[in-house]
Write a new protein. Structure first.
Lengths: 499, 491
């Protein structure tokens, strides 16, 4: 980024909804959707007289996330009230954590152009989500009325605050990507940005290269996708740079990303910032966390994305690019591992497979990173609900490996598998797609095709390479693509030499 | 038969022996309620017909030979800050004048299950903020001993209804003296349990770290019976203590011989009326005659209790009362131009003066830049006050003091002067800050007005407070008089 006039300094604040069954302080379901105001009770509606009772699973999940992010877990933690008025906040305070968060002082290592970079995690704290407003007239300011839905009120959240260690938009994206993968792997959150279960705010500032002190920052809100994050950061960095280039000063403020206008808009300045009047919530006793409790949660930590990536490279010889794409999502990595099992090449960590196994693993990877991902993306599905099971994919690869079908036919079979969910063998049988490997049969077709096209034979003799392709195409056409391509090539060359 | 003047345990005997039916009992108390209500003004809402139907069911139970519990069929009143499913719960505030909770407070549920019969909801200072019951959206309740005097507050309706025979017992809540001070003014028994003894679930919060529900009754045995029903751990209240509750009646009829009673000097002298002190000195003699030893002691941080309380309680209240914004329930202003004006107009029109004063105080104390100087400092002082009590209880079984520095004052007298009003809780505030239990019982009279005696105990030792209170009551018989309902109030 040296070609840019300023050094970019960023930190991200990420909110993730925890994937617990019930809400943080009552027994209501956390399920997404549902008719408005049906997942509510007196407690999450904040009716007069109600009291919160902590769902201990929330502390478990927050601790698990903290451990996966290499944080220290507090032995003494507490809840505080964050006071502000808004119609989506029924108690007019949010129960959150102020000075004693459950986890702090962690880090994750992202990879940028093949190099590791460590991003510090300042803290992870628990809090409750607010409700949702639907404005009758676009935005709150112009609405004739607003409707409030409190289904989401009290759904548990963790807020993960990074250190201002991020120096480029690529780093910001890589950080959010890895963070999302870690939260998915640990199953603490389903991280669906489009449903709002993962939300990201960014603190952005610029400073001249070599300057120690941080520049004045702005806080960006309302980025609901990776794309929005990317565009909002691009816009804001350029906006700040322009102000600085013209000798102006950045105003410390909160700015909102407006997706439609493609710009960030000032929401409130530092002077207008809320005084949240945090104080310890007297309704909730402090949380005392024993070492045994931390250990119990540590035992439940799964293999994390980076460890898995290393394992895929070491055990199966996958290129590290393939491994990083596959382990970028837990569902995709699980799919790969299941496929390896089905192919008989699965190995415990620390062992590595032979060349044959590596070849098979690469075949699985190629299909996943190519056709399968393309089809899943196009139909807006994830690996967890792929119509082609890992077992069926391997069955297809086995048919290719054994020469039963050609690679070309395999594409047709694959499409049919994706549409119908049928097993590849069944499709091959139903459609008569078995590869022709009978030399006599192919030779007959080859000589017929050659005999019919003397002009092309002449071209071949004149040294025109295209001629071979033409003949192969004709043979394939005549056999409806079922001829073994290796045999076709061999027999064709023999036939042409005879001419 | 004047059933309304009897205690719950006496009425229980009459019900069990079938000398009186539950319907007769409810009819009698309801008639008394109706009769004196124009003078006392204790009730915010009544449910006499429903109460009669419930009484009929108790009679069916008795007729079929089933045993009934000690509070079954006994008419009661509930302070209007405890949620009652399907029955308006207003906190005596315009803000909640139309609020009907869809759920019941744990204490209400427990009393329902025990078969007690609620005749209605009783008056209070708005959101429990006040010491005279005059800060009510309704007209202020009167003291049944002399009607131009206040009944005390905030649980004024709870105390007055029991003193006037409009209910056999009642529930109130105590944040800084709101049970004990009106109990003293109205000459009844009022217990503030240890913080965490009785569930707060469904009690509309004033100051969450101080609020505690407790009973009003006409004698100590009834107080023990009600505690037997309402005390105990509640999984819906994270601050409720996970301990087994004793049988509180097992502490009655036991000697207090050899007990050491601490008499903190800070609770006597300046600010305490001579007539109050005189009655207290007499009570101390009685206790000595029962075999207790009375020793002067000191709670040195007592003078800081009032300022400390008036930072912590308003701070918590400013947050607890923020939810009344007109969005979901309760009062909403008629003329709002936008969201912010709806919030601010709703709150300035819906809350009374004292509530607004405390919200402002509390908001200020929690504001950035002032938090450390006020709120944090107050928390530290609170710890010192608690330590005073810890040290005293190393030497004493209970501590004794007047409940209030004066007898009930005249309606309107202190309304214009909040600081003078705050002084009436000077003897009761420390107990809430320390979270310990305390009881007020009648110790005698000055010019026909009751004077309260306060015993303070170690955490979760309500039983011992009942033991000494019962011994004193048996020795003096102070409890056996009914309030005369004399005088009139112009205020
Ligand atoms: Zn709920």
């Amino acid at each position: 980024m040296r070609d840019f006039d300023f050094e970019i300094v960023m930190g991200l604040e990420v909110h993730a909804e925890l994937h617990t069954k019930s809400k943080i302080f009552c027994g209501c379901t956390t399920e997404f959707g549902g008719e408005q105001n049906t997942h509510v009770c007196p407690v999450c509606l904040g009716l007069p007289g109600v009291l919160p009772v902590l769902n201990e699973k929330v502390a478990d999940y927050a601790m698990k996330a903290g451990l996966a992010l290499n944080c220290k877990i507090a032995s003494f933690s507490k809840f505080d009230r964050k006071n502000y008025f808004y119609p989506d906040l029924p108690k007019a305070y949010q129960i959150s954590q102020f000075d004693l968060p459950i986890a702090s002082g962690g880090y994750i290592d992202i990879e940028i152009e093949g190099k590791k970079k460590r991003i510090g995690i300042t803290r992870v704290h628990m809090e409750e989500d607010a409700g949702k407003l639907v404005h009758g007239g676009g935005s709150l300011a112009y609405a004739g009325y607003s409707l409030a839905d409190y289904n989401r009120t009290g759904v548990p959240l963790i807020e993960i605050v990074s250190e201002p260690d991020i120096r480029s938009i690529e780093e910001a994206i890589a950080y959010l990507d890895l963070l999302k993968a870690i939260l998915e792997y640990t199953e603490v959150s389903d991280c669906k940005m489009e449903q709002g279960s993962l939300r990201c705010d960014a603190n952005v500032s610029l400073r001249p290269w070599g300057q120690k002190e941080l520049g004045t920052k702005t806080e960006l809100k309302n980025m609901n996708s990776f794309k929005a994050l990317q565009k909002a950061l691009e816009y804001e960095i350029e906006r700040q740079a322009e102000v600085l280039r013209e000798g102006g000063k950045i105003i410390q403020e909160t700015r909102m990303w407006d997706e439609n206008k493609g710009e960030t808009i000032s929401l409130r300045s530092k002077e207008e910032a809320h005084d949240y009047r945090y104080f310890p919530d007297p309704d909730l006793p402090p949380i005392i966390i024993s070492e045994e409790w931390v250990e119990r949660i540590r035992q439940t930590l799964p293999e994390l994305p980076q460890a898995r990536q290393i394992r895929l490279v070491e055990s199966y010889g996958l290129p590290s690019y393939d491994a990083s794409v596959i382990t970028g999502s837990k569902a995709m990595a699980d799919y790969f591992d299941q496929a390896c099992s089905a192919y008989g090449i699965a190995l415990p960590a620390g062992q590595s497979t032979d060349d044959k196994g590596k070849e098979r693993a690469k075949q699985i990877s190629n299909y996943m990173m190519g056709e399968l991902s393309r089809r899943l993306n196009a139909s807006d599905q994830g690996y967890q609900d792929s119509p082609i099971t890992p077992e069926n994919l391997v069955e297809l690869l086995t048919l290719i490996e054994g020469g039963t079908i050609s690679g070309k036919i395999a594409k047709t079979v694959f499409d049919e598998m994706f549409e119908s969910g049928k097993k590849p063998k069944q499709i091959v049988e139903e459609k008569g797609l078995v590869q022709i490997s009978d030399e006599g049969a192919i030779a007959a077709v080859v000589s017929e095709v050659v005999a019919k096209n003397p002009q092309v034979v002449a071209d071949f003799k004149a040294g025109k390479d295209k001629a071979v392709g033409f003949f192969v195409g004709q043979v394939m056409k005549a056999t409806r693509g079922k001829a073994n391509p290796g045999l076709v090539n061999k027999l064709l060359m023999e036939e042409l030499k005879k001419q | 038969m004047k059933l309304y003047s009897k205690r719950a345990h006496e009425l229980h005997e009459l019900l069990v022996s079938k000398q009186v039916s539950a319907v007769e009992l409810v009819n009698d108390v309801a008639a008394r309620l109706e009769d004196v209500e124009p003078k006392v003004l204790a009730f915010v809402s009544q449910r006499i017909e429903d109460a009669k139907a419930e009484a009929a069911r108790v009679d069916d139970k008795i007729a079929s030979g089933e045993t009934i519990g000690p509070l079954e069929g006994i008419p009661m009143a509930i302070k209007d800050n405890m949620c009652t499913e399907g029955i308006p719960t207003t906190c005596s505030s315009k803000m909640l004048h139309n609020f009907v909770p869809p759920y019941s407070a744990t204490v209400v549920r427990k009393l329902n299950e025990a078969g007690a019969i609620m005749l209605g909801k009783v008056n209070m200072d708005e959101f429990a903020m006040g010491s005279s019951c005059e800060n009510s959206w309704q007209e202020g309740t009167r003291n049944p001993w002399r009607l131009e005097r206040v009944p005390g507050g905030s649980s004024g309706g709870s105390a007055a209804s029991v003193a006037a025979g409009q209910a056999i017992f009642s529930l109130g809540s105590d944040t800084g003296g709101s049970i004990r001070q009106p109990a003293a003014f109205c000459g009844v028994v009022g217990l503030k349990p240890t913080y965490g003894s009785v569930s707060r679930y469904g009690l509309i919060a004033f100051a969450s770290s101080l609020d505690q529900i407790g009973p009003f009754s006409r004698d100590v045995r009834d107080c023990a019976q009600v505690m037997n029903v309402i005390a105990g751990h509640d999984p819906l209240d994270s601050t409720s203590a996970p301990i087994d509750r004793p049988d509180y009646t097992s502490f009655l009829n036991k000697s207090i011989k050899g007990w050491r009673i601490g008499v903190p000097k800070e609770y006597f002298g300046e600010g305490i009326d001579a007539e109050v002190e005189e009655v207290l000195r007499k009570a101390m003699k009685t206790l000595e005659s029962l075999g207790a030893e009375l020793v002067e002691c000191s709670l040195p941080h007592t003078e800081y209790a009032l300022p400390c309380y008036y930072i912590i309680a308003p701070a918590e209240a400013s947050s607890n009362l923020a939810r009344y914004d007109g969005v979901r329930y309760g009062f909403r202003t008629e003329d709002a131009e936008d969201l912010i004006s709806m919030f601010s107009k709703t709150r300035s029109e819906g809350f009374g003066e004292e509530v607004k004063r405390r919200i402002m105080l509390g908001t200020y104390a929690l504001s950035s830049g002032y938090y450390d100087a006020y709120y944090l400092k107050a928390l530290k002082v609170r710890t010192l006050i608690k330590q005073d009590f810890d040290r005293a209880f190393e030497k004493f079984d209970v501590l004794l003091s007047p409940t209030t520095p004066t007898v009930a004052f005249t309606c309107g007298d202190r309304l214009e002067n909040p600081l003078q009003m705050y002084q009436s809780d000077i003897c009761t505030l420390s107990v809430n800050l320390a979270g310990i239990p305390a009881i007020s019982i009648n110790a005698g009279f000055a010019d026909g007005l009751p004077i309260g005696l306060q015993f303070m105990g170690k955490p979760f030792e309500e039983g011992r407070l009942l033991q000494i209170s019962h011994a004193f009551e048996e020795a003096t018989g102070c409890h056996s008089q009914m309030a005369p309902l004399k005088g009139g109030c112009e205020g």
